[in-house]
Design a protein around this ligand. Structure first.
Ligand code: GLN
Length: 193
């Protein structure tokens, strides 16, 4: 059984732990580099990317997480977690850092300006029928590099991507009770072990 960590600095950690357990993984919170070393894959939750970025640096996790991602650890980021996986943010707050891992440019709060929060049915490549996407001050992906696969769009904007072992969604499957995207990620981790 794969052991999957959830970066537990800020955000909806508990919901991811529950979704991963439902998708047959052993799920653990990760706050320290020693805990990161023990997991086969990592989820970066939704929350506030500027806060996650600051706390990751404070907890000495920024470089270790970057290194694990760069050396092939599977990662999945939702919303703020998607932002943390972007190689580039269009409108970063000063000092805001990301872990990187996906060749894409993201726009923070992109959907949020018009609409703080909404739900929409989203067709995701590799998932048989549409998932209910919960968007909360959600980013979208402005553009992707040649190696990044677009898995879903909403309203003409990219909202789910994958590059190699890194997966990211603008929306929050952990809030819906539909664990198919977590199951897809658990499969990615299983095949990489
Ligand atoms: N707007 C948040 C950010 O910039 C993301 C919101 C979320 O994770 N629901 O990090």
């Amino acid at each position: 059984t794969p052991v999957i960590g959830v970066l537990a600095l800020q955000g909806d950690v508990r919901e991811h732990l529950i979704a991963l357990a439902a998708a047959d993984a052993v799920a653990r919170p990760v706050r320290r580099p020693e805990e990161l070393a023990e997991v086969d894959g990592l989820v970066i939750p939704g929350g506030e990317s500027t806060t996650i970025s600051k706390l990751a640096t404070l907890f000495g996790l920024t470089e270790p997480v970057r290194k694990r991602i760069a050396t092939g650890m599977p990662v999945y980021g939702t919303c703020a977690g998607l932002i943390m996986l972007a190689d580039k943010i269009l409108d970063p707050r000063s000092g805001q850092e990301t872990f990187g891992g996906i060749d894409m440019i993201v726009r923070r709060n992109a959907f949020g300006r018009q609409n703080e929060s909404f739900e929409a049915s989203v067709a995701v490549r590799g998932i048989e029928s549409p998932v209910e996407g919960v968007f909360i001050r959600a980013p979208w992906v402005e553009s992707v590099g040649a190696e990044t696969e677009v898995l879903a769009e909403h309203g003409g904007h990219i909202v789910a991507v994958r590059q190699g072992r890194a997966l990211a969604t603008s929306f929050h499957p952990e809030l819906t009770g539909d664990h198919r995207i977590h199951a897809l990620f658990v499969d990615m981790v299983r095949t990489e072990r």
